[in-house]
Design a protein around this ligand. Structure first.
Ligand SMILES: Cc1ncc(C[n+]2csc(CCOP(=O)(O)OP(=O)(O)O)c2C)c(N)n1
Ligand SMILES: [Mg+2]
Length: 470
């Protein structure tokens, strides 16, 4: 159910099936029976139980169509035992892919163009639909046409903007007060395929500055003007919209817009993602000789050792706090991170990512606590001989829970947040599940261990013991 919650949060187009007790037998409430459809319903777009074998083709085709039609999302099919045991010659047929690459109407496009040009200090916020609609280049073109800063939304779980664009400023945080300050200089927020300000912990401060107008584009209509009214909200494909919006802006904005964009980009040069990366690298590098290993330094070594075409799956929690500032997004599939907050996603997700991208090495960066929720995924990776390296950050506990207890309640009595007695032997566990594995405690051994693992085929695990000081 935790995995399904994650799939629901990210709108993963997926069909989930489960076996069910024979129809009628469920009435006796045998073991392994539950009202599966009702259990799945809050988390899926459609949940159904097959009651006649001949309905199966229609159900499967409809399930695939529903899952893949934006707003995409998971679908659930319950398969009773009598259906599974039944036999008939059935033809599943082909499911339909609904083409939703829709552009806004001419009038809507015109209104959006004029509204954006009226703004003097726009800011762009990007989200997951940039990835889903393959709009990375188009989003960068919009930012550069306007010369305006661009942030990833506050739940940046994918590669939703090209980090090395001169307009990229990084991701918004999930601290309401901080976000409000970041957004306060602007006079228009342009939201591209995102729930822009999805927060975590409650705050009395609203992250949206008073009166900041919003224009928003995307196919996930639930997210359009969900928490804040938008002046313009367009249910349209992000890529298709940008393909017509950028030329429309250029035509209507002319030389004045070009000049303003140049100035804007020049002003961002000293504070954009690229400019901030260099001093951050320098600062983190200073921790290179620390023992136990510094978790930020581990993240830096990981980023630097990863091959250019590698994909990062990130559930590093406190150890990956700097990852987004260190590793550039260069393609839409290069980065996947925990979205919903429900941990235990990372290891099995990395198996899925690897299966979907067989030609790219995959690195799964996981907290030790998170990894234990679904550690059996290691065996699956070994079984499929995937080019997948698990880097497990062993800090001996739930560091983030400790940090929050201290920050929010001033309490450093960390009950039930350590797993050091006995310690978990991740290296031994990985070996028992069929993976090549090693344990690193010496910072001097880290770089070569990572590079060597990333460049060889097969599933591997590197356990890195790091400083877990709160
Ligand atoms: C399914 C689920 N259970 C519990 C939690 C609460 N929780 C959030 S983070 C965390 C600990 C993560 O520990 P670890 O992966 O070791 O990362 P660290 O904080 O040490 O960096 C827990 C228990 C959650 N978010 N999801
Ligand atoms: Mg931990």
């Amino acid at each position: 159910m935790g995995s399904l919650f994650n799939a629901s949060f990210t709108g993963t187009p997926m069909i989930l099936t489960a076996g069910q007790q024979e129809q009628g037998h469920g009435l006796m409430e045998p073991v392994l029976y539950g009202p599966l459809v009702q259990m799945a319903e809050p988390l899926v777009k459609w949940a159904v139980e097959v009651t006649r074998l001949e309905d199966l083709p229609r159900i499967v085709r409809r399930a695939a169509k529903i899952a893949t039609t934006p707003p995409t999302g998971p679908v659930f099919i319950s398969l009773p035992g009598d259906i599974l045991n039944a036999e008939a010659g059935i033809e599943l047929g082909r499911s339909t892919r609904v083409d939703t690459r829709v552009k806004p109407s001419d009038e809507a496009l015109q209104a959006l163009t004029q509204r954006i040009l009226k703004a003097e200090r726009p800011v762009i916020i990007t989200g997951d639909e940039i990835v889903k609609s393959d709009a990375l280049k188009e989003a960068a073109a919009l930012a550069e046409t306007l010369g305006c800063p661009t942030y990833q939304s506050s739940t940046p779980y994918g590669a939703s903007f090209l980090s090395e664009s001169p307009c990229f400023m990084g991701a918004l945080s999930r601290l309401q007060k901080q976000v409000r300050e970041v957004l306060s200089p602007y006079d228009l927020m342009i939201v591209l395929g995102a729930d822009p300000l999805r927060m975590s912990v409650y705050s009395e401060v609203d992250p949206l500055p008073e009166g900041l107008p919003i224009v928003q584009v995307g196919l996930v209509d639930w997210d359009l003007a969900k928490n804040y009214g938008a002046e313009i909200a367009l249910k349209a494909d992000v890529k298709e919209t940008l393909r017509v919006l950028v030329p429309a802006l250029k035509a209507a904005g002319g030389a004045a817009l070009e000049g303003r964009a140049k100035q804007g980009i020049a002003a961002l040069k000293s504070k954009n993602w690229t400019a901030r990366r260099a001093p951050l690298v320098e600062q983190i590098s200073k921790a290179g000789d620390r023992s136990p290993i510094d978790p930020d330094w581990l993240a830096l070594q990981l980023v630097e050792a990863m091959p250019a075409n590698a994909i990062l799956v990130d559930e590093g929690l406190t150890s990956s706090r700097q990852i987004l500032a260190l590793r550039p997004h260069r393609d839409r599939y290069g980065y996947h991170a925990l979205a919903s907050g429900g941990i235990g996603w990372g290891l099995p997700a990395s198996v899925g990512v690897s299966l979907a991208n067989p030609d790219r090495p995959v690195v799964c960066f996981s907290g030790d606590g998170s990894s234990m929720y679904s550690i059996q995924a290691l065996w699956t990776a070994a079984n499929h001989r995937l080019p997948l390296t698990f880097v497990i950050v062993n800090n001996g506990g739930y560091r983030i829970i400790k940090q929050r207890l201290l920050a929010f309640h001033g309490d450093d009595n960390y009950i039930g947040m350590d797993f050091i007695d006995p310690p978990v032997d991740f290296t031994g566990m990985a070996k028992s599940l069929g993976l090549e594995s090693m344990r690193i405690t010496d910072p001097k051994e880290l770089k070569s261990a990572l590079s060597s693992a990333f460049s060889r085929p097969g599933a591997k695990l590197i356990e890195v013991v790091v400083n877990g000081t709160v």
